[in-house]
Design a protein around this ligand. Sequence first.
Ligand code: PEP
Length: 256
Amino acid sequence: MRTPLIVGNWKMNKTASEAAAFIRDLLERLTPSPKADVVLAPPFTSLESAGKALGPSSWISLGAQNLHWDPQGSFTGEVSASMLRELGCRYVIVGHSERRLLFGERDETIQKKVRAALAQGLAPIICVGESLAEREADKTKSAVTTQLNGGLAGLTQQDLVTVTIAYEPVWAIGTGRAATTEQAVAVHRSIRSFMETGWNSTTAAAMRILYGGSVTPQNAESLLASEAIDGALVGGACLNPDSFARIVRIAQTRRA
Ligand code: PEP
């Protein structure tokens, strides 16, 4: 049984002091439970204060939103996997559609980032998803498969143990128009079968596949009720402690 995972992607929101205040509020609303894993992904500048607010060996993990693939060097404005590890990160989001669309990230660099994360013991959360034009042209499966091939090529079964895939249709991100549970389930099943074909059924069965794109406390119940959906990558709704806590509680009580 895969433990559900809820990830809050704060994007470019919350200063260091706002992050600490948010986490104090969030912790009061939640009860730790082994039934769901929770990750907060603040901006780089708020990672340290977020880590302090969570406290040592917190049941909520820290994640970053991006990384550079080299361990150090002349890469102005970039941050390496070891820098993130030292700040207490356990996860890192890689290949978010905003990085692909606004910052020109390509599958080749995404693959290098995934390898850099794994080499430092960070668990990558790799985002894939089709554009509206691709969905309308019936190219969802091929778009997602191309991204999976690009991001995961050459990874071993051992590597994949810590990898999470986030299926995030681009047309659903920040639009208030989430995929229906049926739409999400169909793509999740095709991702799992891609893993089965490319690796094996053990790897495919162990891998968590999250849904992301306008997840709210209202639609989380239906999305997370499906055995094909192992959790959520939440953007807008994770910035409010009440709505994020409600989504976490839905994950903690599902399949109970
Ligand atoms: C995201 O950016 O990963 C995301 C899912 O955003 P939202 O929940 O706001 O659609």
